[in-house]
Design a protein around this ligand. Structure first.
Ligand SMILES: NC(=O)c1ccc[n+]([C@@H]2O[C@H](COP(=O)([O-])OP(=O)(O)OC[C@H]3O[C@@H](n4cnc5c(N)ncnc54)[C@H](OP(=O)(O)O)[C@@H]3O)[C@@H](O)[C@H]2O)c1
Length: 245
């Protein structure tokens, strides 16, 4: 029996990068997956196609996680289609590399709304709507543990996610629901590979294992945390970064 048979998962930002690999990994363990995306319907449909081609079940849903009504809609959809929500992966995120001095109100608002508010809205829906013994996994970043100029606003959004993770674990634990964060290091996705080549090289050299992360380094760890085997881990931030930080 696969580890997530009969479980329903919502993965925000499931259309590309790390989120797409999380969708594939959860589905490979038997979960039915709601693949959320913001604007890239084609990429989300490709993830669904891959899951279906492997015999799994998945549906793509557009929703902007920075809007609470849209996150509610995501849960409504999952409940209508699959009956319940057992696993929520708050993965949708954007980066912002500017000094604090250079960052405008609008830029700070955007990165906060998607990374932090989006995660908050997901957890708030999960609080009343997630099935007992469920799993919440928030995607943070190993950059939180590093002192990197131009990462202040971004790390601020993820630091807030890590703190909410700890409190929410205490709030949900008596229903058997675990709440953890996973913090990837630099990972080969569009979000990171948009950086200048010299910065990519510098980040690669920070890893003890001497390479960048790949999306498929992440999905299996999330699938483990989502499974029964991960049931005694809660309130933790799990670095998955090849020894970068
Ligand atoms: N890559 C890294 O080096 C790295 C390192 C540490 C942490 N992380 C974190 O890992 C997570 C995934 O990053 P990634 O590298 O996989 O990014 P990515 O390749 O740029 O993919 C981002 C995903 O988020 C979705 N998204 C963006 N804004 C959204 C919104 N408002 N509502 C719903 N979905 C939205 C995108 O949907 P569309 O396809 O529709 O645009 C896409 O599926 C993020 O939280 C990021 O901060 C990444």
């Amino acid at each position: 029996m696969r580890k997530l048979e009969n479980k329903t998962a919502i993965v925000t930002g499931g259309s590309r990068g790390i989120g797409a690999n999380i969708c594939l990994s959860l589905a490979a363990e038997g979960a039915q997956v709601v693949v959320n995306y913001a604007g890239n319907a084609k990429a989300a449909a490709e993830v669904v196609d891959k899951i279906e081609a492997a015999g799994g079940r998945a549906l793509a849903v557009q929703a902007d996680v920075s809007q609470s009504a849209e996150v509610k809609k995501l849960f409504d959809f999952a409940e209508q289609q699959f009956g319940k929500v057992d696993i929520l992966v708050n993965n949708a995120g954007v980066v912002h590399y500017k000094t604090i001095e250079e960052t405008t109100d609008e830029e700070f608002d955007r990165v906060m709304r998607i990374n932090t508010y989006g995660t908050f809205y997901g957890m708030r829906e999960a609080a009343s709507r997630m099935a007992d013994n469920g799993r919440v996994i928030n995607i943070s970043s190993s950059a939180v543990r590093m002192m990197l100029p131009t990462y202040g606003p971004y790390c601020g959004t993820k630091g807030a996610v890590e703190q909410m993770t700890r409190s929410f674990a205490k709030e949900m634990g008596l229903r058997g629901i675990t709440v953890n964060a996973v913090s990837p290091g630099p990972t080969e996705t569009e979000l990171f590979m948009d950086n200048p080549p010299e910065k990519i090289e510098r980040m690669r050299n920070l890893a003890a294992l001497g390479r960048l992360g790949r999306p498929d380094d992440m999905g299996p760890v999330i699938a483990f945390l989502a499974s029964e085997d991960g049931g005694w881990i809660t309130g933790q931030v799990v670095p998955v970064n090849g020894g970068t930080a």
